[in-house]
Design a binder for this molecule. Structure first.
Ligand code: FAD
Length: 468
């Protein structure tokens, strides 16, 4: 920690007479390495100090300090944002991992979730009651970061964005006040939090609406040779166009990993895989999945009955922490022939050994809300299309790989809505990334930001500047 920051911090605590319930870490302390590690190994940022708060009151102490002393403030939930926005270079990072409680109220179908929770904490706790909310499909991702940017997953087609299921938050705003925001109280703040939460404060509790799901669902992975890409991609379009809401199917073109569940002769070879989730009535699974089953001779087929919580962690090993990642994504409304042949050709010519190109299947309930129901918008999206590169630290072709991903994204771009998901942004999104993220909701969102964070304390994120 720089000595100036340390001195100012000590004075601040004395002046407030405040004692933190949580802990303060600096380089060399036990736990420091974990606290400053994020998922994308490409991120090179080191905070001067990490505070692990134990309560909203702790958070308020740190927020006031950062505001008064002009210290850069980062907030770490699960540390999975690709741009490493959890870490404040030479500033303070609030590592929320000490606030990881989940309380489920099955009668009210609500879950009260601490800001340090990972997806698996919530899925496991809610599944004990056969309930779930909309979360993503890699269980180590942070609930707060995912939800405050929108949040999508296998259940999106049934229940909308994650933030459509957010009932209330407790949040510490830039003035150091602990507020409760919902549709009735601090309703504009709550509106903004639903898609731009990282820009408006430190959320210290999230309350979610739950739905009956599982605990057993029907799903898993199935894959075919990439040589059959034309057939599989067209079938994917037909399947997802006709799919009921209870069915979500991701499509991923990748090289098969050398995993025990992949037949040895397919290790390293190109495949087209589908990740399937049927979360409806178990009796309807066979009929819903018949068009997937009609695609004969898969190279692997792991689709069957399994616990929903297991499905939510099935892809955990695919993108391990510490590798270098560079992604580009967009939303699409249709899978037209031009888009399908473009992604096929891109994957056929992709020089990155560990790349994934494919689609997340959303739509459904997402589009049932007005565009301005929460800042998140993008309710016309039926798919997310992504070009994802991964390589190990020290990769000599890293620059060329990044260029390739950017060029590939440019070829896909004409088929997209031109809009962008804040949770997938690398930070080089072009000229007006906030307009691309929030579209017609942007002007209202800037008013909310200006009212609650006029000096842009919360700027270690995909930043939405307040009005001057
Ligand atoms: C492997 C992988 C799989 C993914 N799968 C999905 C998916 O299925 N669906 C999906 O929608 N997204 C997915 N994402 C994207 C994910 O939603 C974002 O990376 C998200 O930002 C991760 O949240 P986090 O808390 O782990 O990240 P962090 O890096 O800790 O935080 C991300 C941002 O949120 C802010 N933030 C964190 N906690 C708080 C808080 N308490 N209050 C205010 N702001 C806070 C931080 O300041 C930071 O700017 C995935 C990402 C990865 C790497």
């Amino acid at each position: 920690m720089t000595s100036t920051l340390r001195t100012a911090w000590t004075r601040h605590r004395q002046a407030l007479g405040s004692r933190l319930e949580g802990t303060v870490l600096e380089a060399g302390d036990d736990g420091w390495a974990d606290a400053v590690e994020v998922w994308n190994g490409m991120v090179a940022r080191t905070p001067a100090m990490v505070v692990r708060p134990a309560s909203a009151r702790d958070v308020a102490v740190v927020v006031r300090f950062a505001q008064e002393h002009g210290v850069l403030l980062g907030i770490k939930g699960g540390g999975h944002h690709i741009a490493g926005t959890a870490l404040a270079e030479a500033g303070i990072t609030l590592d929320m991992s000490g606030m990881r409680d989940v309380t489920v109220d099955p009668a009210a179908r609500l879950a009260h979730v601490g800001p340090g929770c990972l997806l698996r904490d919530v899925d496991r706790a809610t599944q004990e009651h056969g309930l779930a909310t909309v979360l993503g499909f890699v269980s180590e991702v942070g609930v707060a970061g995912l939800t405050l940017g929108g949040g999508l997953g296998y259940l999106t087609r049934r229940f909308g964005w994650g933030v459509d299921n957010l009932v209330e938050v407790e949040i510490v705003t830039a003035d150091g006040r602990v507020r409760v925001a919902n549709r009735e109280r601090e309703s504009e703040l709550f509106w903004g939090v639903r898609g731009a939460g990282a820009n408006l404060g430190v959320v210290t509790r999230l309350t979610f609406r739950l739905h009956p799901v599982g605990p057993t669902v029907h799903g898993g992975l199935v894959a075919w040779p990439f040589e059959r890409a034309d057939e599989i991609l067209r079938a994917y379009r037909d399947i997802t166009t006709a799919a009921p809401r209870e069915l979500a199917v991701w499509l991923i073109m990748l090289r098969a990993p050398a995993a025990p569940f992949v037949p040895g002769e397919w290790h390293g070879r190109r495949i087209c895989a589908m990740a399937v989730c049927w979360s409806g009535d178990p009796g309807g699974a066979q009929e819903a999945l018949a068009p997937v089953r009609a695609l004969r001779d898969p190279v692997l087929d792991l689709v069957g009955d399994l616990p929903y919580a297991d499905l939510q962690s099935l892809l955990d090993d695919g993108e391990p922490k510490g590798n270098h990642y560079y992604w580009k994504t967009g939303y699409t409304r249709e899978l037209d022939d031009g888009l399908l042949s473009t992604v096929r050709d891109l994957f056929a010519g992709c020089p990155i050994p560990c790349a994934e190109i494919g689609f997340l299947h959303v739509g459904g309930a997402l589009g049932e809300h007005p565009e301005d129901d929460g800042a998140v918008g993008n309710r016309d999206a039926r798919y997310v299309v992504g070009v994802n590169g991964m390589w190990e630290p020290g990769e000599p072709d890293a620059d060329a790989f990044r260029r390739w991903v950017r060029d590939a994204a440019e070829r896909v771009r004409p088929f997209t809505t031109g809009r962008s998901y804040v949770n997938f942004q690398t930070g080089d999104e072009g000229e007006d990334p906030v307009r691309a993220t929030y579209g017609t909701n942007l002007d209202r969102l800037v008013r909310v930001k200006t009212a609650y964070d006029p000096h842009n304390l919360f700027r270690v994120n995909r930043n939405l500047p307040p009005a001057p």
